[in-house]
Design a protein around this ligand. Structure first.
Ligand code: PLP
Length: 478
């Protein structure tokens, strides 16, 4: 491929868009410029390859394809079948799963597919069986009432939000918290680690239908073999949401007891975080749940997005290449180097370090809330997000933590040598920021004071650090 093929492709696309709505073309160009300039440490973001991005901008976007491969409710889906089958095959091979469903539009959707598959599989629900056997219009009020009674009040045990769990694991702002009676397990107050004996105790007391493992902000590995034993001991279905760390599973950094696929009954994921694909989700499972999982659309999903499935096929093919394992290893090496750099400078880290792609800084050590720290870092060209820490005194809005992750910077090519410089920049901003006061003179959880000269200097240093690692080096928009 000529080196300038990517430039030509993106330039031509923008030219065509500019001919219709120039402001959209400008915004797309500005987004690339912003991403190039900022030190992106958001743990859930990455930079997809040009091939993955380009696979999304085409005629597949025009196609309806409800149903599954070879069994569609629309005619003319043979090419959609090709890309969906390719994406599913790459997912199965990459993760060693017997079944892969690649239609979910996002991680939340993948979880909904999994929850409904588990309910349909596990709950003794004659009304559900009736409902699935008949057309929805033929169901009576009495059928619906029985269905709600049979499915309601099932139990889910998942990781608590402040320990790093995700909203979709049974918390009220998400439908899962309304579908399930939820209880959560936290982490040890001293070590910050999952205490498997406590999880087992909670499972014995609560007897959940579903035990969920997976997280958005826990900086350590989880032993899925032990979690499966706990699930088995109480007859629960064991589900793992690997949205955040799928890239580490794909790259075999999480292997053996730490690879969820051989241990869980069902695994869900996003495709756009450490896995470095397009925005989307997927579900992996064994043959027992496959039929139920394949009912995802129209059970809880809108029509599949064939253009995104095409991009999933491309990204999953990339993740099967030998160099992806090196990328995954580097993500963790970088996170550990970043953690060490921060610890050396006196930062307080939840669990004292990391063994995955993310680091959680307890910014109360700097006298700040997460919200103040997030904004001060942003002023200084460093993009992170605030996050609760275990037993967070500042609640879920202001929080006491800053979550940082290395998948994006690692894609850009930064290595452990650059992580010390990154830690220095973060520490400089946090140690030079102080809490501000509100209009009534009392301490504010949102306002902060940071000398703009410090913010400017750090921004310049961040740009210098990044200048050696150009983002999309072969894309010149002119
Ligand atoms: N599951 C986990 C563990 C996540 O961290 C996230 C996103 O942050 C999701 C699910 C939801 O993913 P999406 O935003 O693609 O719906």
């Amino acid at each position: 491929m000529p080196r300038n093929a990517e430039s030509t492709a993106f330039r031509s696309a923008l030219e065509v868009i500019r001919g219709v709505e120039p402001r959209v073309a400008d915004a797309i160009g500005a987004e690339l410029a912003d991403q190039r300039e900022s030190l992106k440490l958001i743990a859930s973001e990455n930079y997809a390859s040009p091939a993955t991005l380009l696979a999304m901008g085409n005629w597949f976007s025009d196609k309806y394809a409800e149903g599954t491969i070879g069994r569609r409710f629309y005619a003319g889906c043979q090419n959609v079948d090709t890309v969906e089958a390719l994406a599913a095959e790459h997912a199965r091979e990459l993760f060693g799963a017997s079944h892969a469903y690649v239609q979910p539009h996002s991680g939340i959707d993948a979880n909904l597919v999994a929850f409904w598959a588990i309910l349909a599989d596990r709950v003794e629900a004659p009304a559900l069986q009736r409902a699935q056997a008949r057309h929805v219009n033929d169901l009576t009020e009495a059928d619906w009432f029985a269905l709600r009674r049979e499915l309601g009040n099932q139990r889910m045990l998942g990781m608590s939000l402040d320990a790093g769990g995700h909203l979709t694991h049974g918390f009220r702002p998400n439908i899962s918290g309304k579908m399930f009676d939820q209880r959560s397990y936290g982490t040890d107050p001293v070590t910050g680690l999952v205490d498997y004996d406590r999880v087992a105790e909670a499972a014995r007391e609560f007897r959940p239908l579903v035990l969920v493992a997976g997280y958005s902000a826990y900086p350590r590995k989880i032993n899925f073999r032990i979690m499966r034993e706990i699930a088995d001991s109480v007859g629960a279905t064991f589900m793992v949401d690997m949205a955040h760390f799928a890239g580490l599973v794909a790259g075999k950094v999480f292997a053996g007891d730490f690879d969820p696929v051989p241990h869980a009954h069902i695994v869900t994921s996003t495709t756009h975080k450490s896995l470095r694909g397009p925005r989307g989700g997927l579900v992996l499972c064994g043959p027992e749940l496959a039929d139920q999982v394949d009912r995802g659309c129209p059970m809880v999903l809108g029509g599949p997005l064939p253009h995104v499935m095409a991009a999933k096929a491309v990204a999953l093919a990339e993740a099967r290449r030998p160099d992806f394992a090196g990328y995954a290893r580097q993500i963790v090496d970088n996170a550990q180097a970043l953690a060490e750099g921060l610890l050396r400078r006196g930062a307080r880290l939840v669990t004292g370090g990391t063994d995955n792609h993310l680091v959680l800084i307890d910014v109360t050590g700097y006298g700040l809330t997460g919200r103040q720290a997030e904004q001060a870092l942003l002023d200084s060209g460093i993009v992170t997000n605030r996050n609760a820490v275990p037993q967070d005194p500042n609640g879920a809005w202001y929080t006491s933590g800053i979550r940082i992750g290395t998948p994006a910077l690692t894609t850009r090519g930064l290595g452990t040598a650059e992580m010390d410089g990154t830690a220095e920049l973060i520490h400089t901003v946090l140690s030079q920021t102080s809490a501000g006061v509100g209009p009534d003179g009392t301490a504010s959880k949102a306002k902060y004071v940071l000398d703009p000269a410090v913010a400017d200097k750090v921004s310049r240093q961040a740009s210098e650090l990044l200048s050696g690692f150009p983002l999309y080096p072969d894309v010149e928009l002119g």
